[in-house]
Design a protein around this ligand. Structure first.
Ligand code: NAP
Ligand code: MG
Length: 496
């Protein structure tokens, strides 16, 4: 199923059915805002215009979600039944995985094989996992005095707004939707502008799987209008957000200015990969470079900072440069391609700007350039860059969201720790060493929500994912995510 075969992906893309309207209350509806005009990053071709939600349309979607919630058609059915429907939904995604993968590849440029093997596999797994978990959550009965009985139960929060980015469009969406739905909430989803087609198809599959009308609504549109309208809506109970720090903080502001709704921000990162002197340098550097270039570098966890002992810096630059030169972008629709297109011309210009400024600041270019790469005519491509820099360089502090690796030398492990912790972010970190003591003491002191030791990007649905500091405080995945979408209720009963 998850093996991409054949070479007819471009032909299939030409006839791919794409939804272009909002999905509210189980029906396709025309939005009244200025339509979105998506472009395929693979070749710059215009894709069908998408009807976009206005403030009024968003209000309609929220009211539809509220009506479904209040009706009990989802919120008050047996958890087991909800779980079965989520598993049926996962199966429909599974059965349509190739089409969804191709849609993602078309709209945001990642290789179709990657979309299928990594993204769709994760999405199916996520809905299945929360479907299985739905009836395995236990409430509490604290020990109280003999004359009383206290029940501590969890109830669905109500209407959840999910606002998501385009880099792993359906994975991020699944991480929000699956736990929110598993515990009985209704959802309004605002996908990223670039990745609306896949979100609309996902909602249709949910509907086909039997998830009742109004439980999952999709309001395509701009962040400025549709995203903001959800953030400011007085009848939205929870916002679950993944995206940039700037926008994440805006949601906190929207909440403060409206009904004080709960906001779960999961924001950017500047992952440090800290290689200790005893580590296998070649292995650590290759894994770090791969982790930085994966998904064209458009990853919140991209291992964009490689920290190596000063004596090993030149060798590390060489190894990383070798990885960069053998990871060149190619046609996303070829099954052999592992690096595809950058999501947009705007994003590409942002990346080239970072590299230009790094060079102007004295950064040493070991691989790549600030120029665009040519893979498919009209497309937006960029070959990986490796830079030797200091921790203070802009490129070593800010999130590039492109395949740009900063290699930084350190003198002592304490310095390395200070450099690793020395950005505004705290999403993830990696540590390379077989010294048990060093691994444990350093991983405790790394200010990050996730620490990988002698690996990168490993994990499964059982572990929470999210950051600290400027990376926000939301956590996706694991049973903990269920707590984000529920309220605690205490019922105290006096016994006579
Ligand atoms: P973004 O610009 O913050 O957009 C995220 C979502 O917010 C999009 O749906 C966007 O709509 C919407 N939005 C934009 N401006 C808004 C506003 N003023 N009010 C309300 N909503 C608004 O992020 P992005 O460029 O899509 O994604 C890149 C960022 O996401 C990076 O910083 C990356 O690190 C982060 N990220 C974090 C994680 C994580 O789990 N921690 C995972 C993946 C990505 P539009 O489509 O109209 O812009
Ligand atoms: Mg953005």
């Amino acid at each position: 199923m998850f093996t991409a075969t054949g070479d007819d992906w471009a032909d299939r893309a030409a006839t791919l059915p794409l939804h272009t309207r909002m999905f509210i209350g189980g029906a396709w509806e025309e939005g009244s805002a200025e339509p979105l005009t998506p472009v395929a990053p693979r070749d710059g071709r215009a894709l069908p215009k998408i009807s976009a939600a206005s403030v009024g349309d968003v209000d309609r979607a929220v009211r539809s979600a509220r009506a479904a919630f209040d009706s009990g058609v989802w919120s008050r059915i047996a958890p087991r039944e909800r779980g079965q429907l989520l598993i049926a939904f996962a199966q429909r995604i599974h059965d349509n995985a190739e089409e969804l993968a191709l849609t993602i590849s078309l709209e945001m440029g990642k290789p179709v094989r990657e979309a299928l093997q990594t993204e769709l596999r994760a999405v199916v797994n996520c809905f299945r996992w929360y479907g299985e978990a739905a009836d395995k959550v236990l409430d509490e009965i604290p020990v109280t005095a003999p004359g009383s009985l206290a029940l501590v139960t969890r109830e669905p929060a109500g209407v959840v707004a999910a606002v998501v980015p385009w880099n792993f469009p359906l994975t991020m969406t699944a991480w929000k939707l699956a736990p929110a739905l598993a515990v009985g909430n209704s959802v309004v989803l605002k996908p990223a502008e670039h990745t609306t087609f896949s979100a609309l198809r996902l909602a249709e599959l949910a509907h086909e799987a039997g998830i009742p009308a109004g439980v999952l609504n999709v309001t395509p549109g701009t962040g400025q209008v549709a995203g903001r309208a959800l953030g400011e809506h007085h009848d939205v109970d929870v916002v679950t957000f993944t995206g940039s720090p700037e926008v994440g903080r805006k949601f906190l502001g929207y909440s403060a200015a409206s009904n004080g709704k709960r906001v779960w921000p999961e924001l950017g990162g500047k992952t440090a990969s800290l290689v200790l002197p005893d580590a296998d340098l070649e292995r650590a550097v290759r894994a770090t470079a791969d982790g930085c270039f994966y998904n064209q570098g458009q990853m919140c966890t991209a291992s964009s900072r490689l920290l190596v002992p000063r004596a090993q810096r030149d060798r590390a630059l060489e190894i990383a440069a070798d990885v960069a030169r053998t990871s060149l972008p190619a046609d996303p629709f070829e099954v052999t391609t592992s690096m595809g297109a950058i999501v947009s011309e705007r994003q590409l210009a942002g990346i080239t700007g970072f590299v230009e400024r790094a060079q102007a600041e004295g950064g040493e270019l070991a691989a790549g350039s600030a120029e665009r790469f040519h893979a498919v005519d009209g497309g937006s491509y960029f070959a990986p860059v490796v830079l030797g820099v200091t921790p203070q360089h802009e490129v070593a502090q800010r999130e590039v969201f492109g395949p740009v690796l900063s290699v930084i030398a350190y003198d002592h492990v304490e310095d390395a720790l200070a450099i690793a912790n020395g950005t505004e972010f705290g999403l993830a970190a990696a540590l390379w060493s077989t010294d048990l003591n060093a691994v444990h003491t350093l991983s405790r002191r790394l200010r990050a929500g996730v620490v990988w030791v002698n690996c990168f990007e490993e994990g499964d649905m059982t572990i929470p994912f999210g950051g600290v500091k400027g990376s926000g405080f939301g956590r996706d995945k694991s049973l903990h995510a269920l707590e984000k979408f529920t309220d605690l209720k205490t019922t105290w009963i006096e016994l006579s």
